[in-house]
Design a protein around this ligand. Structure first.
Ligand code: IMP
Ligand code: MG
Length: 192
């Protein structure tokens, strides 16, 4: 973001009890994506990988990541339905399947965030049944609790505290995905 835009970045969005405060800047996020893109380009160059984006949250991270990787790849999407309310996950199903044959291919799942790690576990076993040559996951954000219980993906942008966040593709009740920065739920406002 250009310096002239900095004044337009709101310190908070939403209103209590769902007020979110600016937490991680777009510049920090972009630097992490660049680092991850470089690492993944090294791993997947000459492997013609298939990147499987998990809708809806992945769309901004995936768009940035493929341009940082800048290697030949295929991009497809799948969508899970988790019968969740806005902040808690439940049972998981596939709402939209990938349309390409993953058999013998190098698959990289691209997620916005790993929270409980349930989606990660579900996706891995679901896509393993397609017999890919390899399977790994890149997630922009990983919550500390997922790391603690050993549910960390192979490639992580940033580890963050176990608080609810929005922005950079992540939503609360369908809102705030467009924000270039990451915002975190203001706990005081949530209690009010
Ligand atoms: P899981 O709990 O690791 O299975 O995460 C499931 C999905 O919930 C993620 O892919 C996100 O789309 C969503 N999610 C988890 N934590 C947050 C959050 O803090 N903000 C917004 N969405 C989240
Ligand atoms: Mg997601």
């Amino acid at each position: 973001m250009s310096a002239s835009n900095v004044a337009l970045v709101p310190a908070t969005v939403g209103s209590p009890p769902y007020e979110f405060r600016r937490f991680i800047s777009a510049e920090t996020i972009q630097a992490k994506v660049a680092r991850l893109g470089e690492e993944l380009a090294g791993v997947y160059r000459d492997r013609d990988p298939i990147l499987v984006g998990v809708l809806n949250g992945c769309f901004i991270f995936l768009a940035d990541l493929v341009r940082e990787m800048n290697i030949p790849c295929t991009v497809v999407f799948l969508q899970l339905s988790s019968y969740r309310d806005a902040m808690h996950s439940g049972r998981i199903d596939v709402l939209k399947h990938v349309e390409v044959d993953l058999h013998g291919r190098h698959v990289l799942i691209v997620e916005d965030i790993v929270d409980t790690g349930n989606s990660l576990q579900f996706l891995r076993s679901h896509l393993e049944s397609c017999a890919p040559a390899s399977i790994a996951m890149a997630s922009m954000f990983v919550k500390e609790s997922a790391v603690r219980i050993g549910r960390q993906p192979e490639y992580t942008g940033m580890i963050i505290p176990d608080d609810f966040v929005v922005g950079y593709g992540l939503d609360y009740a369908g809102q705030w995905r467009h924000l270039p920065d990451l915002y975190v739920l203001n706990k005081e406002s949530a209690q009010s």
